[in-house]
Design a protein around this ligand. Structure first.
Ligand SMILES: [Zn+2]
Length: 122
């Protein structure tokens, strides 16, 4: 299947249906929150990161480490709750940008629980 928004290939099990559109997890999360879809900067940084990674230990920023710490501590929470916890002027758009590389590194991901989307460790 293909994401209607960013044209990424989406595994059948991870397809999200939003208002009749097929969306990958990133676009689905964005569709549920008022930020722009498929932040090119986030995708770019994740790809750049992967290119330079060479299969070694992933380099996670302090902020991403903090996000992972919160997700570990809570067992997963909704993104607005995570934004609140990060505090200090941290915005939903910042979360989108920080979270995308974590997804690409398979360290954290979004999970639908009922009609809500939770962020959790991979
Ligand atoms: Zn997409």
């Amino acid at each position: 299947m293909q994401c209607d928004n960013c044209k990424a290939t989406v595994p059948a099990g991870e397809v999200n249906d939003h208002l009749g559109r097929i969306l990958c997890e990133d676009c689905y999360m964005d569709a549920l929150s008022p930020v722009r879809t498929c932040d090119p900067w986030a995708v770019h940084s994740a790809k750049t990161f992967e290119a330079g990674m060479g299969g070694g230990q992933a380099a996670v920023t302090d902020l991403q480490q903090k996000i992972l710490g919160i997700l570990k501590e809570t067992g997963g929470l909704e993104r607005h709750e995570l934004v609140l916890r990060l505090g200090g002027g941290f915005t939903d758009a910042d979360l989108t940008r920080e979270f995308a590389p974590l997804r690409h590194m398979e360290k954290a991901r979004a999970e639908k629980r009922g009609d809500k989307v939770f962020l959790r460790l991979w």
